[in-house]
Design a protein around this ligand. Structure first.
Ligand code: FMN
Length: 372
């Protein structure tokens, strides 16, 4: 028996039978070319993630709209022609034994796509002033989410995840900092919830009642005038009850990640676990917690103590894709750790470069350092 019985216990997730409580949390790699298509390097990486022993792998954010693309190297899912490549990606993951999910996103004011970024309101980001969305544009984006979710299902993924984290568009609507609208989409929490709830409803309609829809949930922007946990725990059950399979909790946006106190906090084991635990108390759907769940004993305790139902490993699994099997076999001391002071992956993303991990052997680093 594994020394971590709770971590390796099964879970039924909206009809998906997960063999254990380990999920790969989405991690943008920058491996896609500027065509937004799935390529051999993406297939190779995700095949390894699917075979890692994690019960569920959520693929990094794919863009539902060229104007909402997170980076020029983000995978695209805004047209049917992207389905074929994505189907290969789903299959590569499933062949290794994991359930495959794809995260879909509109980056809003953080977009690096075509034209001036769109946002709920024209709240500046440095010198850039995004364009406030019209009601017609909002309706168009809701529909683009629905069409993208339909393509996720068509590609053979087991589930779709909506990216409501990292301060992207879904989170921008919920945030009192970035949503200053005075129409039915802004102001009260009820109004700020309108856009995410419309997206969930349209997605549910597009994929059918039985298909699992997960949600990356920003529970605290970690900014004085941003969305804070007290309000987030009121929003979470509203979203969950609209038909979600789970909430995958995170904190912070590009405007708070680099604050000195957050950089310090980010080095701590389980640094987002308290957010997940607070959300879990407010909802009845399963909750995922990511954030330096490096030690399997920490992951085990989080599940056993009811702070989270599943753990999400992003950089942790990137550093050592054998984390789940080493944990299962009681070889935790052999796990190659993600170094808290490193953050090479993040800095490469920031420079528009494909990522690799400083812990990888030289050959693997060189292989993934350049784009196809
Ligand atoms: C380079 C990088 C890219 C990321 N890309 C995504 C993403 O596409 N979608 C998402 O929801 N979270 C993304 N995240 C956040 C991770 O899923 C995760 O919440 C965070 O890194 C903490 O977990 P970890 O300590 O295991 O890395 C990213 C994080 C990093 C460092």
């Amino acid at each position: 028996m594994s020394p971590y019985p709770a971590l390796f216990s099964p879970l039924e997730l909206n009809g998906l039978s997960l063999a254990n409580r380990i999920t790969m949390a989405p991690l943008f790699l920058g491996y896609a070319g500027s065509d937004g298509l799935v390529n051999p390097r993406l297939l190779e990486h995700y095949q390894a993630m699917g075979a890692s022993g994690a019960a569920m792998v959520i693929v990094e954010n794919a863009s539902i709209d060229p104007r909402g693309q997170g980076s020029p190297f983000t995978m695209r899912i805004d047209e049917d022609r992207f389905v074929q490549g994505l189907a290969r990606l789903a299959k590569a993951i499933q062949e290794g034994g994991a359930m495959a999910g794809l995260q879909i996103n509109h980056a809003g004011r953080f977009a690096h796509g075509e034209g001036v970024p769109l946002a709920p309101s024209a709240v500046p980001l440095g010198k850039m002033v995004p364009e406030a969305l019209t009601l017609e544009q909002i309706a168009g984006i809701v529909e683009a989410f629905a069409q993208a979710a339909r393509r996720v299902r068509q590609a053979g993924f087991d589930l779709v995840e909506l990216h409501g984290g990292t301060g992207y568009l879904l989170a921008q609507f919920l945030s009192p900092r970035t949503n200053r609208r005075d129409d039915e989409y802004g102001g009260s929490l009820e109004n700020r919830l309108r856009f995410p709830l419309e997206v969930i409803a349209a997605v549910r309609q597009a994929v059918g009642p039985d298909y699992p829809v997960g949600y990356r949930f920003l529970a605290d922007e970690w900014l004085p005038d941003g969305l804070q946990l007290a309000e987030a725990v009121q929003a979470a059950p509203r979203l969950a009850e609209a038909g979600l399979a789970y909430l995958s909790v995170m904190g912070g946006t590009y405007e708070s990640f680099f604050l000195p106190e957050r950089q310090e906090q980010e080095k701590q084991p389980g640094y987002m676990l308290s957010l997940a635990a607070a959300v879990k108390e407010a909802v009845s759907v399963p909750v995922i917690s990511a954030g330096r769940m490096q030690d399997p004993a920490l992951a085990e305790a989080a599940i056993k103590e009811g702070k989270a139902d599943l753990v999400g490993l992003a950089r942790v699994l990137l550093a050592d894709p054998l984390w789940p099997s080493k944990a299962k076999e009681g070889r935790a001391e052999e796990i190659v750790p993600c170094e808290p002071t490193c953050n090479l992956c993040f800095s490469r993303v920031a420079k528009g470069q494909p990522i690799f991990c400083s812990q990888w052997p030289k050959e693997k680093r060189e292989h993934f350092a350049t784009r196809d």
